[in-house]
Design a protein around this ligand. Structure first.
Ligand SMILES: Nc1ncnc2c1ncn2[C@@H]1O[C@H](COP(=O)(O)OP(=O)(O)O)[C@@H](O)[C@H]1O
Ligand SMILES: [Mg+2]
Length: 455
């Protein structure tokens, strides 16, 4: 049953409202002051609060603020016998669902109550929808609603629980490592080890003993038997990063494990079966490497069973707002900052940036802004990496480059206009989608379309 809390010190009002609302099938509770009202609200027992502006213990506005902070989904309707327009405006600004001047007609109260309850029901439904949507747009720690990312999530889910070898390609910072981890986390091997080896970081001789282990005396310095990473990954997943640059000799050894799941410690004659899922990653175009004779063709065919191509961030800028919000929330929490938000200009610049370092660069830019920023918003000056000419070695956003030097206001407006046009292009002219991609609401976008004369 819907519960309404009456927080009004006036016995007449109390009696009138109680009669009116119980008659309508609502359950009623009463509170004489702010403190008393907060208890049932905190317990989540109350759907709606009817509260007098002059409530003892701090006043109705104070109760409204506390309710908003405590349970934003509980609606508050303020009542007042001496209410001014100013009071009403202030109440609405603080999130009141409605404001009624006393004396009020019964119908007025009923309409206000119904409307407030309808709104909260809608809000609840929206939250539920958004949560469901969030789930669909995420995979483990990966955010991505771009169709290509969605296709990748689908592939990952389909193969996670098999032992199929997976090859992940893509530029640096596109999420190859997180994807490998997601694959492991979603597989039946999730309780087994996840072992990561950067094959590009070790000289060949070391790499071999690192992966396959060695026996005592196999080479100078091998003073005892040592298990390799493949053995360490038994029952789990081994992630071989940067395999594109490995030597021919190493590739032969790799072929053997991928093919037969057998490893041989360096200097040993025995072979050891390993039960591991192998995930490999490279930022090289392996097909081209094969053509150039730098990568074994037989190995390529062995590992090219399921290939996941991570798109560069600039090719999926519609994901930038969600990623940016994701990192903003995470870093604000990590660095103990209150919830922060981006200004429209900052978000437009984030969406328009070329991101040569992909998601990793976006993540760094936002962490820096959170750490160094001081206000409640992240604005353009908090994102110096995005200002033209400051992006290390990267092409600046098209159009922002050479051109004339404009007053900052005009330059920002121009960047905003371009970001909007890009978003519209990206979303095939769908304004709703474009607004979402830009992280602004529809009316903001419409306003800006008019401002910039974009049709
Ligand atoms: N789709 C994504 N959603 C959320 N975070 C991501 C995503 N892709 C990458 N990241 C983050 O960006 C950074 C770089 O990702 P990483 O997997 O290390 O890239 P790569 O291995 O391709 O160089 C990591 O901190 C990772 O958490
Ligand atoms: Mg990586």
């Amino acid at each position: 049953m819907t519960k309404i809390l009456l927080a009004d010190p006036d016995p007449r009002t109390q009696a009138d409202l109680r009669a009116l609302l119980t008659d309508r099938g609502f359950e009623l509770d009463a509170a004489a002051d702010v403190q008393q009202a907060l208890e049932p609200v905190a317990d989540g027992d109350v759907d709606l609060v009817l509260c007098d502006l002059a409530l003892p213990g701090g006043g109705g506005l104070r109760l409204l603020q506390e309710v908003r902070a405590l349970r934003a989904e509980t609606a508050v309707v303020l009542l007042s016998a001496f209410g001014s327009v100013q009071d009403a405006v202030q109440a609405m600004q603080h999130g009141a669902a409605d404001f009624l001047g006393k004396p009020f007609a019964p119908d007025q109260v009923l309409v206000a109550v119904d409307r407030a309850l309808e709104k909260t029901a809608l809000q609840r439904e929206n939250h539920a929808l958004r949560d469901a949507l969030d789930d669909r747009l995420r995979l483990d720690n990966l955010v991505g609603s771009d169709p290509r990312m969605q296709a990748i999530f689908k592939t990952v889910k389909a193969v996670a629980d098999t032992r199929t070898t997976v090859l992940v390609t893509g530029e640096s910072g596109t999420g190859k490592t997180v994807l490998a981890r997601a694959l492991h986390a979603l597989s039946g091997r999730r309780n087994g080890p996840f072992v990561e080896v950067n094959c590009g970081a070790l000289p060949e001789s070391l790499l071999e003993s690192e992966l396959f282990g060695h026996v005592k005396g196999a080479f100078t310095g091998a003073v005892r038997d040592k298990a390799g990473k493949f053995e360490a990954a038994q029952g789990g997943t081994i992630f071989l990063d940067e395999i594109g640059t490995s030597s021919p000799a190493f590739q032969i050894k790799l072929l053997r494990v991928v093919q037969d799941r057998l490893v041989e410690r360096v200097g040993d004659t025995r072979t050891l079966p390993v039960d591991v899922r192998i995930v490999l990653a490279t930022n090289r175009d392996l097909e081209a490497a094969v053509a150039a004779g730098e990568f074994r063709e037989d190995l390529f065919y062995r590992i090219n069973v399921v290939t996941v191509e991570m798109p560069p961030l600039r090719a999926r800028s519609s994901d930038v707002p969600a990623l940016a919000q994701h990192f903003l929330r995470r870093f604000a929490a990590e660095h103990g900052r209150p919830p922060l938000r981006f200004t429209d200009a900052a978000m437009a610049a984030l969406v328009a940036a070329p991101w040569p370092g992909n998601v990793r660069q976006l993540e760094n830019v936002i962490e820096r802004a959170v750490v160094l920023g001081s206000g409640a918003t992240i604005d353009l000056p908090d994102l110096p990496a995005l200002l033209p000419g400051r992006t290390a070695g990267a092409p600046v956003p098209s159009g922002a480059a050479p051109g004339p030097v404009l007053p900052l206001r005009d330059a920002l407006a121009e960047a905003e206009r371009q970001a909007i046009q890009r978003a519209l292009q990206h979303c095939a002219g769908n304004r709703e989608h474009a607004a979402r991609a830009l992280g602004v609401n529809r009316s903001t976008l419409f306003h800006k379309l008019r401002k910039y004369g974009i049709h």
